[in-house]
Design a protein around this ligand. Structure first.
Ligand code: PEP
Ligand code: MN
Length: 333
């Protein structure tokens, strides 16, 4: 149930609605909008009687929410959410480019790539310090040392940074050093991690699980929002199908599906979707044309010697080319 307040409703009237919801043993979460506030009723197992709310002052209407997810749903928040990181706006109309290596390997490597992607027009630097790897014998990331390097990247280049928290043990450290906390595909349904991310004070970049439906993905975002963090960016990074010429299959239809179902921004990671660098530019073009709010792209100064995901990392010149193409595409669109 969504209790929509009149546009002249007072804060006291909003609080009275929340108290009424709490008396029923449920939770009421205010959702301020550009024109009016709505209060979302959470925790009900069956339908809630709308008449109870319509009798309260300042209430315009009470509408049932038909989707299993509430806070992430466009039913409860019609305007698209714009997530602000410093002066960068994700979901604000202009695609935001996040670029960098799969993993932070050294200060020199990170700074070299960061300076380059900044020069080409990226606004956020990506790079894993803690790496979730399929094999326990593969490079696992340089951990806290990598987080300190990301701080340095921010200071030296002015780029904001996004890096992954791989478990509940490293989330606090990641939160301290990064501007955006990434939750990876393998952790999309790690509910204790999602709840912790929901209590963090930084935006969360939530990747789609490799076999997750749109609904499961949005329910994962709901975990984060239900703990009080409204700043969630969704990231499609390819799903498992029977296609075997790519690492995963990029689901571009996730963009309109998410835009219809949710108010949250959605970005595309063409690198983990393709698994090969020669497909990254065409998939990026497609993503921008379909309406993605941004891209998360792997770039490396020396991909053949990268400690992870070298095959899908763009060479610097390819990234430069991609940025030029995006610029032209934006003008065309
Ligand atoms: C990554 O972006 O570094 C990553 C590990 O991606 P994913 O979780 O999508 O596999
Ligand atoms: Mn990677």
């Amino acid at each position: 149930m969504l209790v929509v307040m009149r546009n002249d409703a007072t804060e006291e009237q909003v609080q009275a609605v929340i108290r009424e919801i709490e008396k029923m043993g449920l939770r009421g979460v205010p959702m301020p909008g550009a024109i009016r506030t709505a209060v979302c009723v959470l925790g009900n197992k069956g339908p809630v009687d709308a008449a109870l709310f319509l009798a309260l002052e300042g209430v315009k209407e009470a509408i049932p929410v038909t989707r299993p997810y509430k806070l992430v749903s466009r039913e409860t928040h019609q305007e698209s959410t714009v997530i602000t990181v410093g002066d960068v706006k994700i979901g604000g109309g202009e695609p935001v480019i996040m670029a960098g290596p799969c993993a932070v390997e050294s200060e020199e490597q990170a700074l070299t790539i960061a300076r380059f992607v900044k020069k080409c027009g990226a606004s956020i630097f990506r790079g894993g310090a803690f790496k979730p790897r399929t094999s326990p014998y593969s490079f696992q990331g340089i951990g806290e040392k990598g987080l300190k390097i990301l701080e340095k990247v921010r200071q030296e280049t002015g780029l904001y940074v996004v890096t992954e928290a791989t478990d509940t043990e490293n989330l606090a450290a990641v939160e301290k050093h990064t501007d955006i906390i990434q939750i990876g595909a393998r952790n999309m349904q790690n509910y204790s991690l999602l709840r912790l991310a929901g209590r963090a004070k930084k935006p969360i970049l939530l990747k789609r699980g490799m076999a997750a439906t749109i609904e499961e993905w949005l329910m994962a975002a709901e975990y984060i929002m239900s703990e009080g963090n409204p700043r969630v960016i969704l990231c499609e990074r390819g799903i498992r199908t029977f296609a075997d010429t790519t690492r995963n299959t990029l689901d571009l239809s996730a963009i309109p599906s998410i835009k219809e179902a949710s108010h949250l921004p959605i970005i595309i990671d063409p690198s983990h979707a393709a698994g090969r660098r020669d497909y990254v530019i065409p998939l990026s073009r497609g993503a921008i044309a379909v309406g993605a709010d941004g891209l998360l792209v792997e770039v490396h100064n020396d991909p053949t010697h990268a400690l992870s995901d070298g095959m899908q990392s763009l060479y610097p010149q390819q990234f430069e080319q991609l940025m030029k193409e995006i610029e032209r595409l934006k003008q065309f669109l």
